[in-house]
Design a protein around this ligand. Structure first.
Ligand code: PHE
Length: 350
């Protein structure tokens, strides 16, 4: 790929200093080839706003592949509100910056719709919706489909069943061990469902107060570093991305990886490294799609929660198909997923 690889160029990227908040806001629309671009609004700290811009570009491009593989008639986008290191937001400033973001999204005339992501939730979508109708996952009582994190977690579990069937020859989770790295909204749900399934668990979070979640689930508590390198069957990355690198992969002791964190690989080449180490990596763009599948099914296609949940379970078949395609071709699951997504986007069908 060169800089003239036109499909990789974003359709529209806006960087704006919020008029109310003074904070940097990036809205990146990667592709509308299949339909309206969607992707959550991330509110997070970055060393510099340029890092937030870079993150928005990568995350929105991944959303295009995520939507295509999930069979959605949508493209990829993302909003990033980049907070300077150490900056905290009081309630008024939080409202101000969400209104600033809402105004940017409103200016896109429906080519992009946002939703919750790291650092934002359903109540924040209500605030954004005061400026634009294009915000998914407002609370149910406010007319939205509600918190997407549970549905994302259900999708992760569907993926874990499929992954274990492929890697260990059985979808039974009770005989397997998992290391869940990150106990935020999605990771916390995943841990609880795995505990209910009788799995052996290790868990970690940078926030020590989340240790009670691990205790309740009967999971051993570890430092994030020890959790990453734990001697388990499956590593479940559920925190921020970029944790799989040329430095960390050689230290891993798991046999397979599947989790909801977006952009787990620091660079595409890390997929090859995982393959060389005999670690089966389930592409994050497939594993993490439950939230967006559920939200679009309910809010755009007016399906019931039961119908939407059935679609989320479809993640298992999608993943099985990609893992088998990769194995038959001798390629990595990452390459198989990306080429499938590209093909679907180019041929104009999800
Ligand atoms: N943040 C999630 C994602 O980007 C969930 C989401 C749901 C985003 C609905 C937008 C709309 O996949």
């Amino acid at each position: 790929a060169t800089h003239l690889d036109t499909e990789s160029i974003h359709e529209h990227v806006i960087l704006r200093r919020g008029v109310r908040s003074g904070l940097p806001i990036v809205v990146a629309v990667h592709s509308t080839a299949l339909g309206q671009a969607i992707g959550g609004c991330r509110l997070a700290h970055y060393p510099h706003w340029r890092d937030g811009l870079t993150d928005a570009l990568r995350l929105s491009a991944a959303m295009s592949d995520k939507c295509a593989l999930a069979g959605l008639p949508n493209g990829g986008g993302k909003t990033v509100i980049a907070l300077p290191p150490g900056r905290t937001l009081d309630a008024a400033t939080r409202r101000a910056v969400l209104h600033d973001a809402g105004d940017v999204i409103a200016g896109l005339d429906g080519t992009y719709a946002t939703g919750p992501d790291v650092g934002t939730g359903p109540d924040d979508m209500v605030t954004i919706a005061e400026r634009t109708p294009h915000a998914f996952c407002r609370p149910v009582q406010a007319g939205g489909s509600g918190d997407s994190s549970e549905h994302t977690a259900v999708g992760v579990l569907a993926a874990l069943h499929a992954l274990c069937a492929e890697r260990f020859g059985s979808a039974d989770l009770s005989t397997r061990s998992f290391a869940v790295l990150g106990l935020g909204r999605v990771g916390g749900h995943v841990l609880r469902i795995l505990a209910d399934a009788g799995a052996t668990l290790v868990a970690a979070d940078t926030d020590e107060s989340r240790r009670t979640l691990a205790d309740t689930a009967g999971a051993a508590w570890a430092s994030p570093q020890d959790c990453l390198t734990a001697d388990v069957d499956v590593l479940v990355p559920a925190a921020l991305g970029g944790l799989l690198t040329s430095h960390t992969v050689p230290t891993l002791r798991c046999a397979a990886i599947a989790g909801p964190a977006n952009n787990q690989l620091d660079t595409p080449a890390t997929a090859d490294l995982l393959h060389q180490h005999g670690i089966l990596w389930a592409p994050d763009i497939i594993v993490s799609a439950g939230g967006i599948i559920h939200a679009t099914a309910v809010e755009l296609h007016r399906e019931t929660f039961a119908q939407a949940t059935a679609r989320v379970h479809g993640i298992a078949d999608t993943l099985t198909d990609i893992l088998r395609t990769a194995r038959a071709a001798g390629s990595t699951p990452a390459a198989a997923a990306h080429s499938r997504a590209r093909h679907q986007i180019e041929h104009g069908r999800p």
